[in-house]
Design a protein around this ligand. Structure first.
Ligand SMILES: Cc1cc2nc3c(=O)[nH]c(=O)nc-3n(C[C@H](O)[C@H](O)[C@H](O)COP(=O)(O)O)c2cc1C
Length: 218
């Protein structure tokens, strides 16, 4: 049974994307915050956008530094991710308290967090105030990922190498299995939807029955 939800529930229905840890450095200060309101917005040049509320310390850090890095954590960093999301870099140095090792980034000053599955470094291309968040548009300047985790797409083989997704509240997930779409092309070149699982089973049963009959007959 379907039920009507509030407009704000739309945001959580669209949730579940990979969590990123936004790292920033401005002069001698560093900060890190988890974000899920992140989206690719252009292919050429590669641009992505992250929506950050002005109350976040990260908001000022991005404005001043005009660059940032996205670190993509796996399940090992689950508790760190959640902790980074409930305290502010305005009050504590989260990276120092968490005692997580950092790496030097390729192109930006922001630190990269050791043990993440992928890293995207960005220069600030634009900042748009939309509703109650600022959409920071980043121009991608360097990208790296663990081989076991990413090979053209996320591999999703080893659970320790799957990106972490955020469902809301204190709930997170990793994806269970990759599925591959299969479309068929007819002899005329038209694209058709592939068979459903039960259609495939029925066809295979029918083919097996026909082979048995042929074998009996011949
Ligand atoms: C999983 C998760 C995802 C979050 N996503 C966002 C987001 O996309 N944008 C945002 O402004 N805040 C988001 N938050 C909240 C900030 O991470 C949180 O307010 C954080 O403490 C800000 O840290 P800062 O003040 O050091 O920048 C998220 C929190 C969690 C736990």
């Amino acid at each position: 049974m379907r039920r009507l939800l509030e407009p704000l529930d739309a945001l959580r229905l669209l949730g579940g994307g990979p969590v990123v840890l936004v790292t920033t450095r401005w002069r001698d200060q560093v900060d890190v915050m988890p974000a899920i309101w992140v989206a690719p917005v252009s292919r050429l040049p590669p641009l992505l956008a992250v929506a950050v509320h002005p109350s976040r310390h990260t908001h000022d850090m991005i404005r001043f530094a005009e660059e940032f890095a996205l670190n993509i954590p796996g399940r090992d960093l689950l508790n760190h991710v959640h902790y980074f999301g409930i305290v502010s870099g305005r009050d504590v140095n989260k990276l120092e308290l968490a005692q997580l090792a950092t790496l030097k980034a390729q192109k930006v000053e922001a630190p990269l967090i050791e043990g993440c599955l992928g890293y995207i470094e960005c220069g600030l291309e634009d900042a748009l105030r939309l509703g109650d968040h600022t959409l920071f548009v980043g121009r991608v300047v360097a990208v790296q990922a663990e081989r076991e985790a990413f090979d053209e797409t996320w591999t999703l083989v080893d659970p320790d190498y799957k990106p972490l997704h955020y469902l809301g509240i204190d709930r997170y997930a990793i994806l269970a299995e990759p599925l591959q779409a299969q479309l068929r092309t007819t002899e005329e070149g038209a694209i058709e939807l592939g068979e459903k699982e039960e259609e495939k089973e029925r066809r295979e049963e029918e083919e097996a029955r026909r082979r048995q009959e042929e074998a009996r007959g011949g």
